[in-house]
Design a protein around this ligand. Structure first.
Ligand SMILES: [Zn+2]
Length: 338
């Protein structure tokens, strides 16, 4: 994804959203909660997110090798993702698309779309990119700029967390319709080391295609949550600026839930950067309000941590506590929906 340097730090709004319902009292009992009184819904059956499992799914993806479109390792990983999501009980569509990269390479992209409760109209969308970057344009060793990275954090972490969420949904069931989409060709954007003139829209090619050609005519979801770079130790998730523009209430809602369930150390109520990522195109083309849960590190040069787009983006930087914080927060969010 592309970072547009735009760091504004101020305190976030802290209004509470939450699912409210009218309290009922049993007949004959002194009515302490008169009708009309509101209280927060307390009983939400949210499955327990297993970070070991998510870690394993990340390790498996990285184990295939780089997931760069038009390569054999990419094709193998696509089959793995498709078969796992089917095993978790999803109805899976692999959307194949020819998309054109910044250098006019035609990429044979595959968007992997896993649908739970496909017949329900009322849907939520969770997404991440599954491809890995063909360049290491931020690596300190310039001789390695043109070799593909592992993308353990940048790509595989979001997918691994969503796979574990899919597994939990498959086991527990869920009332809502849920779509988990792994978008392809997100990270084939114009590399910085080539110093090319700026060209718009070279990132997020899979989500751009899907946005214009959704797997179902007129596809809509109540909202979307994007996970990107959600595996680094002590990762901080600031509120991304496109997300605040498109979906300010959802952003507060998700951050409030994280705080409620004990992950406020990762989810920071402050503004982060403005990031061109898949959520921009899902919002733009499908008009679905989306938030991006993405690491933001104001002190590192890239804002995404020192190993971003380098060969150090490997399994040694994947941390189970961070996976748990993100995975449990997203599960809690979708299981509170009614
Ligand atoms: Zn990237």
């Amino acid at each position: 994804m592309l970072m547009i340097k735009n760091i504004i730090k101020d305190a976030g709004l802290t209004f509470m959203l939450g699912l409210l319902f009218f309290a009922c009292s049993s007949p004959g009992k002194k009515d302490e909660k008169s009708s009309g009184q509101l209280e927060q819904k307390a009983q939400v059956k949210t499955p327990v997110f297993n970070a070991d499992s998510a870690y394993h799914y990340i390790d498996k993806q990285v184990g295939f090798g780089p997931r760069v479109p038009n390569t054999e390792t990419h094709a193998q990983c696509a089959l793995y993702l498709e078969s796992k999501m089917k095993r978790f009980g999803a109805e899976v569509i692999v959307q194949e698309a020819d998309v054109v990269a910044f250098d006019n390479t035609v990429l044979k992209a595959k968007n992997i779309i896993a649908q739970f409760n496909p017949d329900k109209n009322d849907r939520l969308l969770l997404f991440a990119h599954w491809d890995s970057r063909p360049f290491a344009d931020h690596d300190a060793d310039a001789s390695k700029h043109n070799s593909p990275i592992d993308g353990a954090n940048d790509g595989a972490s979001g997918v691994g967390v969503l796979m574990e969420i899919g597994r939990q949904i498959g086991k527990a069931g869920i009332d809502m319709g849920i779509d988990i989409i792994f978008f392809d060709a997100e990270d084939y954007g114009q590399p910085d080391h080539l110093d090319l003139p700026y060209k718009e829209h070279t990132w997020c090619l899979g989500s751009q295609y899907w946005g214009k050609n959704p797997h179902r005519d007129g596809y809509y979801a109540r909202y979307g949550i994007l996970l990107d770079m959600v595996g680094a130790e002590n990762a901080l998730f600031f509120q991304e600026l496109h997300s605040l523009q498109y979906a300010p209430e959802l952003n507060q809602h998700v951050w409030n839930i994280a705080s409620d369930i004990g992950y406020g150390n990762h989810f920071v109520f402050e503004k982060g950067g403005m990031i061109t990522d898949d959520h921009v195109y899902v919002n733009k083309y499908r008009n679905i309000p989306c938030v991006n849960i993405i690491q933001f590190n104001a002190s590192s040069e890239s804002s995404f941590g020192d190993f971003w787009h380098t060969h150090d983006d490997n399994m040694s930087n994947i941390n189970r506590a961070t996976l748990k914080a993100v995975g449990q927060t997203v599960l809690e969010t979708i299981y509170r929906e009614r």
